[in-house]
Design a protein around this ligand. Structure first.
Ligand code: ACO
Length: 423
C-alpha cells in the first residue's frame, strides 16, 4: 500500500502505511506530531492500533477469530486448554513431548506457598473473588520475584498453575469450607473442579460433561487481541513492570461490567426479568430508551459487527449440556426469547448488536455449580494465557517502548492564582 497523505493547515504530509498478514492496513502516525505539531484523537481507541501482534486475528465484520492462525472453531473442537496455553504463549502447538513436559510442570506448580494461605484470612467473607484474585496474583511477585529472564518461563508456569488454586480457595473461603489441595493425578481442568467441589466429608468425582464444558469455556476466553484488559496488561507491562503486577492489573480491568464483569451482570439481569414476570419485551424497550441507563448485558461488541463466534459455540454447548443433564433452566428460556426479540428489533439490527461471549457462558457455569460471583474469575482463568502471551510478546520486542498516549487539553488556559486572604 502506498503512503497516506494528510492535508493540514494547507500543508501536505506523507505518512507510511503498514499492511498486516491478513491485509489490514494501518497508517503509521508516529512522526505526525514532529512534522506537523498535530496529534490524532481517538477516544476509546476505536480505530487505533496500539501494537503489532502475531497472536490473535479477529475480523469483526465476518465473525472470524483465530489463535496463531487456527480458527477458533477448530481449536475449540480439537485442543485441550493446556495445548492452547502453549500455542498462545509459545506460538506453536506443542509436540507430544513438549505437551507432556508442560502439563507435568503445570501440575507440579499448582500448590500455593503455605504462607499465602494466611492472606485469605484477611479478606472479608463477602469479598468479591475478582478482588481476591487480583491481589493474590500481585502478591505472587513477593514469593517469585523476577530476577533473570531464566525464571520468566518458570513464573509463567507458576501463574498459570496457581491462579486456579487461588480461584478455588477464594470460593472455599466464601462458603466457609476448608481449602482443598490439588491432586497430581488430575488434569488442569479436573484439578480446578476438584478444588472447587470436593470437601473433607465428600470426595468429588469430576463429571466428564463438566470437564468438557470447562475446557471449552477456558479455550473460548483464551485470547481476544487488544481488548480492555489485554491492553491494560500491555500498558502496565510496557513500563517493565513484572508479569504478576501486569496480569493483576489486567484482572482488575476485566472485572468491569462493560468487559468481563458482564457475564455476572447477564445472570443478574435475567434473574431480575424473571422476578418481574419474565416480561423480557419490557427490558428490550428499556435497553432502547435513551433516558434509561439500562443496557442488555451480554449484547454488543466493539469489534464484532456480525456475530461473536464464541457466543455461537457457547449457545450450542449450553443447549447440549442442559439437555444431557436433563436440566430445565427458566433463565435460559428468557435468554433465548430476549435474543430472538432483540435480533429482529430495528434498534439492535441497525447498531449491529448481537449476543457476545458473556451472554451464554453463565449457563454452563451454573450447570457446573459455579456461583454467579465467580463467573468473571472463570473468564480470567481462561484469559490468562492470552494476557501472558501479549506480555511476553511485548517483553521480547526489542523495539517496544513505554506506552504513553497524548491528549488534547481542554482545561483552563494559563492563569495566575488571584490574591487570597492569608491562611
Ligand atoms: N444494549 C442497548 N444498547 C446498546 C448496547 C446494549 N447492550 N450496546 C451498545 N448499545 C448501543 C449504544 O447505546 C449506542 O447507541 P447510539 O449509537 O444510539 O448512541 C450504540 O449501541 C453503540 O454502542 P457503544 O456503547 O458506542 O459501543 P462500544 O463499542 O463503545 O461498546 C460494549 C461496546 C461496551 C460491549 C457495549 O455494547 C455494551 O455496553 N454492552 C453491554 C455490556 C457487555 O455485554 N459487555 C461485554 C462485552 S464482551 C467482553 O468484553 C468480553
Amino acid at each position: 500500500m502506498s503512503d497516506a497523505k494528510i492535508l493540514l493547515g494547507g500543508n501536505e504530509y506523507e505518512l507510511p502505511t503498514i499492511t498486516g498478514s491478513e491485509g489490514e492496513v494501518g497508517i503509521e502516525i508516529r512522526s505526525l506530531r514532529k512534522v506537523s505539531g498535530a496529534v490524532t484523537l481517538d477516544e476509546g481507541y476505536g480505530n487505533t492500533g496500539s501494537c503489532k501482534s502475531a497472536i490473535t486475528f479477529i475480523d469483526g465484520e465476518q465473525g472470524i477469530l483465530r489463535y496463531r492462525g487456527y480458527p477458533i472453531e477448530e481449536v475449540a473442537e480439537q485442543c485441550t486448554f493446556v495445548e492452547v496455553c502453549y500455542l498462545l504463549i509459545y506460538g506453536m502447538l506443542p509436540s507430544a513431548d513438549e505437551l507432556a513436559s508442560f502439563s507435568e510442570s503445570l501440575t507440579r506448580h499448582t500448590l500455593l506457598h503455605e504462607d499465602m494461605k494466611k492472606f485469605f484470612e484477611g479478606y472479608s467473607p463477602s469479598a468479591h473473588p475478582m478482588a481476591i484474585l487480583s491481589s493474590m496474583v500481585a502478591s505472587l511477585s513477593t514469593y517469585y520475584p523476577e530476577s533473570t529472564d531464566a525464571n520468566l518461563d518458570l513464573n509463567i508456569l507458576r501463574l498459570l498453575a496457581k491462579a486456579k488454586t487461588i480461584a478455588a480457595f477464594s470460593y472455599k473461603k466464601s462458603i466457609g469450607q476448608p481449602f482443598i489441595y490439588p491432586r497430581n493425578d488430575l488434569t488442569y481442568t479436573q484439578n480446578f473442579l476438584h478444588m472447587m467441589f470436593a470437601n473433607p466429608a465428600e470426595p468429588y468425582e469430576v463429571p466428564e460433561v463438566f470437564d468438557h464444558a470447562l475446557r471449552l469455556l477456558l479455550i473460548l476466553h483464551a485470547d481476544h487481541e487488544q481488548n480492555c484488559s489485554t491492553s491494560t496488561v500491555r500498558m502496565v507491562g510496557s513500563s517493565e513492570a513484572d508479569l504478576f503486577a501486569s496480569i493483576s492489573a489486567g484482572i482488575n480491568a476485566l472485572s468491569g461490567p462493560l468487559h468481563g464483569g458482564a457475564n455476572q451482570k447477564v445472570m443478574e439481569m435475567l434473574r431480575r426479568i424473571r422476578a418481574d414476570g419474565s416480561n423480557y419485551k419490557k427490558y428490550v424497550e428499556m435497553a432502547k430508551d435513551k433516558d434509561s441507563d439500562f443496557r442488555l448485558m451480554g449484547f454488543g461488541h466493539r469489534v464484532y459487527k456480525n456475530f461473536d463466534p464464541r457466543a455461537r459455540i457457547l449457545k450450542a454447548a449450553a443447549n447440549r449440556v442442559l439437555e444431557e443433564l436433563h436440566l430445565d433452566d427458566s433463565l435460559l428460556d428468557i435468554a433465548r426469547a430476549l435474543e430472538e426479540v432483540a435480533l429482529q428489533d430495528e434498534y439492535f439490527v441497525e447498531r449491529k448488536l448481537y449476543p457476545n461471549v458473556d451472554f451464554y457462558s453463565g449457563f454452563l457455569y451454573r450447570a457446573m455449580g459455579i456461583p454467579t460471583d465467580m463467573f468473571t474469575v472463570m473468564f480470567a482463568l481462561g484469559r490468562l494465557p492470552g494476557w501472558i502471551a501479549h506480555w511476553k510478546e511485548m517483553r521480547e520486542d526489542p523495539k517496544a517502548r513505554i506506552h504513553r498516549p497524548r491528549q488534547i487539553y481542554i482545561g483552563e488556559a494559563a492563569r495566575s492564582i488571584p490574591p487570597r486572604d492569608k491562611r
